[in-house]
Design a protein around this ligand. Sequence first.
Ligand code: NAD
Length: 366
Amino acid sequence: MTVGIPKEIKNNESRVGMTPAGVFELVHKDHKVFVQTGAGEGSGFFDEDYKQVGAVILDTIGQVYSMSEMIVKVKEPIEEEYGLIQEGQVIFTYFHFASSEPLTKAMIESGAICIAYETVEDEEGTLPLLTPMSEVAGRMAIQQGAKYLEKPKKGRGVLLGGVPGVPPGRVLVLGAGIVGIQAAKMAAGLGAHVTILDINMKRLRYVNDVMPSHVVTEFSNEYNIRKHVRTHDLIVGGVLVKGAKAPNLITRDMLKTMHPGTVIVDVAVDQGGCVETTRPTTHEDPIYIIDDVVHYSVANMPGAVPYTSTVALTNVTLPYVLALANKGWRKACAEDGSLKKGLNIVEGEVIFKEIIEAFGWDAAMA
Ligand SMILES: NC(=O)c1ccc[n+]([C@@H]2O[C@H](COP(=O)([O-])OP(=O)(O)OC[C@H]3O[C@@H](n4cnc5c(N)ncnc54)[C@H](O)[C@@H]3O)[C@@H](O)[C@H]2O)c1
């Protein structure tokens, strides 16, 4: 198969769909890989690295699309790319169709096979191609939180690890899922005192089993949240209710009860956030302050660490890319139920019914 790796052209996206290690695997299976010049630069992979493992470097994005049977990307195609996509071409990337009707219509019209990373689902019901980005964001939440706790960054002036004779900082983590556990682990590693809340007792039991004793679990309810926000320096929002907006666990009135300079990193911002005062921010302008509380709510946190994010993402996408290239999409999806769940739009037909529901379309229309 011919596989194309275009350069991402969405604003501020430095990740790339495949590393040289992925190209190496494909070339060894006798596939031809076209990489657009400069595609990997933002993630620290250069044309020479790709050439060394057998990729053909092409000058333009148009060449990559026109010469490839399958395109492997990171972000959904943006308007400039719609016209480049060909009938019958496999596009394997994050699509998040429900958030864009124009994108959905363009992909229906293209006649392409759109396989979305975010809906590939394994037997346990987890989303293996989303997990690495939650891992990155959870760990980054502590790195960012520690930075904004510094006084010149408008924080409380607390060092998370403390020093001999001074108690460590206190970190409150809402949600003991992937983001929450990674955040708790990083904070604990720095020596902070960590309180982690969830409504799922299985998750709390797991955290209690695997974390050191300065990570304390508690059940998530309004009473406990009100109690803890007053005494913690850094609060991480990592709550997810599948298919719904994140619940507002921290309400506006609670901000006044916090120490001035408390930092909230609301990772769940992409689902509306679990703090009433959360609004999405960008890496260029990541924070804002309400009632002396620093809010950090960047909607694409992994974008700031493209090397780590690219490698983490391509580690999990590569087995699927190889299956698609070796067997063709029909056979690969027929033999692997997880990959089949990634099929969203196939040759003009919407397969993933939640998309139709999201836009309130008549099922017959799609
Ligand atoms: N901002 C970013 O760049 C970025 C990056 C990756 C993920 N995210 C987002 O982070 C959020 C968390 O992702 P995840 O992968 O950790 O999800 P997850 O499903 O692994 O974990 C969510 C946890 O929230 C818990 N929860 C639900 N209701 C709760 C409540 N009322 N109180 C406490 N806990 C509650 C669940 O029981 C679960 O353990 C998602 O919205 C995800 O989209 C954002």
